[in-house]
Ligand binder design. Structure first.
Ligand code: DHB
Length: 391
């Protein structure tokens, strides 16, 4: 008799526990945020995590009756690790959404998992054009290299007055996009590409490449390197006296990354780049964003990665609201498509057909503003769709 009472008591306890677990499951909305928190791309992880947390602090952690749980995983920017983490997050943690992805190979490695599990996957950083075509469940809130590179090529050939350019890019997806789209557009505009150089993505040594550029004596050097590598390029460019030899440095805004720009020194003054976000973007919304971001992160200045993370969270929150907390993967995805809103970067639109971001691309010049080095916008090309999608 005694034993029986004990059994049913423990059975009750098990039941209570499991229904609590079910309840927690039902009332929790899980976002698996996979980022490079260590290694070469660590600044990307640091910026995006900070931005996602800021978004949650500003907008609450309960949406449509669901408690938002952010699960951050460090993939060290190794694609096999990203893939394994995505699998674990989907299978074990049963996340509702995957997000993050610091580099293109990490996003591409995850695409089949997004498709098989029907998990909406928000790419907040990686920027090779083809990523959104790798899975119908991918939505992007960062940018594409063709957006920035075509805009740069138009400016270089017209107002920039440049006729001969050498390109120098990281030898992987986004670099190859940057090279191709800059080159094709610059040639179309009547310019000449003297040479196209590619440097390894991991641990690059820019010195031998820059020596070649010096010898080729172009009007300008167009550069794409991933976020975090810009300062090294700038340092070696200046050390070799390339600027004094009359070679202008131009590129996508990854090279004058706001995470590093203020430490690059006066040698960076005057560098012109094309990109979708500058911390100096002069809108009321951005001023508030930058201020709040700095306040929450010991003065750290948000860069273009941060804005991709912040807007990515917005896209997820609004999809959850629109589906009233009841939607599965397909319903959430449908509610992400076509979102249009004001971002700290300016107006932004998630194209329902391509699931890619349509946004303004700004021409910016490095200037001293309020005692700090900034990418100061001086021209804008409005509502740029990814030129890579019309191929
Ligand atoms: C990618 C990574 C970056 O750090 C960046 O600035 C642009 C693109 C990428 O791997 O897609």
């Amino acid at each position: 008799m005694k034993k029986r009472v004990f059994l049913s008591a423990s059975a009750l306890a098990v039941m209570a526990l499991s229904s609590a677990a079910v309840l927690a499951q039902d009332n929790t909305f899980k976002i698996g945020l996979i980022l490079p928190m260590t290694g070469q791309q660590a600044s990307t992880g640091r910026q995006i995590e900070a931005a996602a947390k800021l978004y949650m602090a500003q907008n609450g952690d309960t949406v449509a009756g669901k408690k938002i749980q952010l699960i951050v995983k460090d993939d060290t920017s190794i694609p096999d690790v990203t893939k394994r983490m995505a699998q674990e997050l989907v299978v074990n943690d049963k996340v509702n959404v995957l997000a993050g992805f610091g580099i293109t190979p990490s996003a591409l490695a995850t695409a089949p998992i997004a498709t098989q599990s029907k998990t909406p996957t928000v790419v907040m950083a990686a920027a090779t054009s083809s990523i959104t075509q790798a899975s119908p469940y991918i939505v992007r809130t960062s940018f594409t290299l063709p957006q920035a590179s075509v805009s740069m090529a138009d400016w270089a050939a017209s107002k920039g007055g440049m006729k001969k350019v050498v390109t120098l890019v990281s030898d992987y997806g986004p670099g190859i996009d940057a090279e191709k789209f800059f080159k094709d557009r610059f040639i179309f505009n009547g310019g000449t590409i003297v040479e196209s150089l590619r440097v390894p993505m991991r641990n690059p040594d820019f010195a031998p490449f820059l020596q070649k550029v010096r010898d080729a004596k172009p009007d300008a050097l167009f550069v794409f390197v991933p976020s975090g590598a810009g300062a090294a390029v700038m340092k070696q460019f200046l050390e070799r006296g390339m600027d004094k030899a009359g070679i202008k440095l131009i590129g996508t805004g990854d090279i004058t990354d706001d995470d590093q720009l203020n430490d690059m020194g006066d040698g960076a003054l005057g560098v012109v780049t094309a990109h979708h976000y500058a911390a100096a973007h002069p809108s009321a919304m951005n001023k508030k964003f930058v201020e709040a971001f700095k306040k929450a992160n010991k003065g750290m200045r948000p860069n273009f990665m941060a804005v991709g993370g912040y807007d990515g969270m917005r896209v997820i929150y609004e999809a959850l609201k629109a589906t009233k907390g009841q939607g599965g993967g397909d319903a959430l995805l449908a509610a992400m498509k076509g979102q249009t809103f004001e971002s700290p970067r300016g107006p932004m639109f998630i194209d329902a057909q391509t699931r890619d971001v349509v946004q303004n691309i700004y021409l910016r010049k490095v200037e001293r503003q309020g005692g700090e080095l900034h990418n100061v916008e001086f021209d804008v090309i409005k509502d740029v769709k990814d030129p890579g999608k019309s191929k």
